[in-house]
Design a protein around this ligand. Structure first.
Ligand SMILES: [Zn+2]
Length: 347
């Protein structure tokens, strides 16, 4: 059975005015999935924030303490702020700076445990996918590296093979640095070339097991499909993983303000369904996604695919249209929202 992991902390909390992540991202996905009839109560589970001990499987105690202090005091001393990159433009101090990323991390940890126990073979955590985080510092809007926590859990608690696939527009530098040298692990990333963090160039194998496929600005569904079918799938099938962690960042979709890639959600969903069809126990994470309309539709469709629905051919019910209509997008302030972002689920 598939399980969707979430929390109410993603309703109403945000990174603060002016930040690209100050948009609704997780709750619209939950609400649209419910409105579409794709998410039954027994398929949804609330998770609490991860404990300090749970985060310590990847992060340093000093760094976690700094996050806790920043949340409690809403400020951090200069020395620790600099050391841990907390309180910068990218990684601002906000009211839930510990609890929110710790909750996303708990969902990824719980998801990994479900795959190991076999209780669920498909787990969705759209709040996860924060792949830039480092053990001792925040990086690129990511405070806690939840994919790293899931990968560490799968790697340390089993002797099985794990594949990490990342289709976010940005290269997963935090994941590559810490997992690409491990046996029983293979990493794939398709991302925009010459885009921050500018790592993951063609021919960069990290510690040996990373495979990077940078795509030029303007690349579309066909370019993505070609990389998936001719490059990634053959290696993935030959590796024959027991578990897959898929970081399904939605910022490669056309009209996302943080990338120059031009996928439609049909091409993005095709990638996800190609990987789901391998029928390997899988944890699917969110990631980037800075246009609330394209992100909500993309991730609702991902869950639809995980439970056997066909978002390509599904009518967007009026309640889903109302949810989409209600989303605020400061980046487009004063401009009309195109009808295609709210009247249907597929591009
Ligand atoms: Zn991204």
């Amino acid at each position: 059975m598939a399980i969707f992991l979430g929390s109410d902390i993603f309703r109403g909390s945000g990174y603060g005015p002016g930040h690209p992540l100050n948009i609704p991202r997780v709750w619209p996905v939950i609400d649209i999935c419910r409105a579409q009839g794709w998410l039954r109560d027994e398929q949804f589970e609330m998770v609490p924030p991860a404990t300090v001990q749970e985060l310590e499987c990847f992060h340093t105690r000093d760094y976690i303490n700094a996050l806790l202090d920043a949340e409690q005091n809403q400020q951090l001393d200069e020395i620790r702020s600099k050391k841990h990159k907390i309180g910068t433009y990218s990684n601002p101090i906000y009211p839930e700076i510990y609890r929110r990323p710790a909750t996303a991390a708990k969902a990824s940890l719980q998801g990994a445990l479900y795959l190991i126990s076999g209780k669920h073979s498909r787990v969705f955590n759209p709040s996860g996918g924060t792949h830039h985080g480092f053990p001792d510092s925040a990086n690129g809007f990511c405070f806690v590296n939840d994919p790293a926590i899931a990968l560490t859990t799968l790697y340390q608690r089993t002797s099985k093979k794990i594949a990490y696939i990342d289709i976010d527009a940005h290269h997963p530098d935090g994941v590559q640095e810490h997992f690409s040298h491990l046996d029983r692990m293979i990493l794939f990333s398709v991302h925009e070339a010459d885009r921050w963090p500018r790592t993951g160039k063609k021919g960069d194998f990290g510690g040996g097991n990373a495979h990077n496929y940078p795509l030029p600005r303007g690349s579309n569904d066909e370019d993505l499909k070609e990389i998936i079918n001719t490059q990634i799938l053959p290696l993935l099938v030959a590796f024959s993983p027991d578990f897959i962690v898929l970081q399904a960042g939605a910022d490669g979709l056309d009209e996302d303000p943080q990338s120059g890639l031009c996928y439609t959600n049909r091409g993005y969903w095709l990638t996800v369904s190609t990987i789901l069809e391998l029928n390997i126990p899988i944890l699917v994470l969110g990631g980037g996604g800075y246009n609330p309309f394209t992100t909500a539709r993309a991730w609702a469709g991902v869950w639809g695919l995980m439970v056997g629905e066909n978002p390509h051919a599904t009518e967007c019910v009026s309640e889903s249209r109302s949810i989409l209509k209600s989303l605020k997008f400061p980046h487009r302030l004063g401009k009309n929202i195109p009808d295609r972002w709210i009247s249907r689920l597929f591009d």
